[in-house]
Design a binder for this molecule. Structure first.
Ligand code: PGA
Length: 255
């Protein structure tokens, strides 16, 4: 399928049972069939990942919420990149703020990005400032996050790169506290400028830039239409099939 928009469901540490995970996934799969230009990627907890990957299609794919930089070996609790591929996974969220909060460093994120891209896994790299300040220091923060995460990435792997801009101050909040489309547009241009400086202008245009942080059916249209985001990364609302279907339809049809 030719898709120019992406919607990622980040289920985080939910739902509680494999049966519920399957039910939600099948509802999302049904909704995905009607979409014309949007690819959906569901990232369930690792323990449900293999079973759901067996149910994936070209329109709804399955990814992991984190990945390790080695394929195998003495790394208790980690998931190897080649294991993800062998189990039917196509995408990996890397550098989510909730993992950074647990101690994941920029150096670790860089190793994960390089390893995943080498295995042809599409990397959904999460970046975003913790807070905004009037001096614009947050822009430097975002730039550092992107340049450290992408250090050493070869241009031939860029087609497997997606950036998810997730300002930490907008994650897990109410839908009114979400970022406005116009602000997202400004950030999107800034992110493209950073990628352009690192990898060249052509690459900067081709890397999809998503927005994440308290997305709902109420704000999705503004972020896609006015923010010009190439898609969304959705947390809580991706566990509610009715709400998520609505968001999927908005992403697919917004101008
Ligand atoms: P949220 O989570 O949609 O529940 O705010 C988004 C995220 O952290 O990826």
């Amino acid at each position: 399928m030719k898709s120019d928009r992406i919607i990622v469901a980040n289920w985080k540490m939910n739902p509680e049972s494999p049966e519920t995970a399957r039910t939600i996934f099948l509802a999302i799969r049904r909704a995905s069939e009607k979409l014309k230009r949007t690819r959906t990627v569901v990232c369930p907890p690792a323990i449900f990942f293999g079973n759901l990957a067996k149910l994936s299609t070209s329109k709804v794919q399955v990814g992991v919420q984190d990945v390790f930089w080695q394929n195998n070996g003495p790394h208790t609790g980690e998931l190897g990149v080649s294991m993800v591929v062998a189990s039917g996974g196509t995408h990996a969220i890397i550098g989510h703020s909730e993992r950074r909060e647990l101690g994941e460093t920029s150096a670790m994120i860089n190793k994960k990005v390089l390893a995943a891209l080498r295995e042809k896994i599409t990397v959904i790299l999460c970046i975003g400032e913790k807070e905004r300040d009037n001096q614009g220091n947050y822009l430097g923060f975002v730039k550092d996050q992107i340049s450290s995460a992408l250090a050493g990435v070869q241009k031939r792997y860029v087609e497997n790169l997606v950036i998810a801009y997730e300002p930490v101050w907008a994650i897990g909040k109410s839908e009114q506290e979400v970022m406005k489309g116009a602000d997202m547009h400004e950030m999107l241009l800034y992110i493209r400028k950073i990628i352009s400086e690192m990898l060249g202008r052509d690459y900067a245009e081709s890397v999809p830039v998503l927005y994440g942080g308290s997305v709902s059916a109420l704000n999705a249209e503004d972020i896609i239409g006015n923010g010009h985001a190439d898609g969304l990364l959705v947390g809580r609302q991706s566990l509610d099939p009715v709400q998520f279907k609505e968001i999927m339809n908005i992403v697919d049809s917004a101008n």
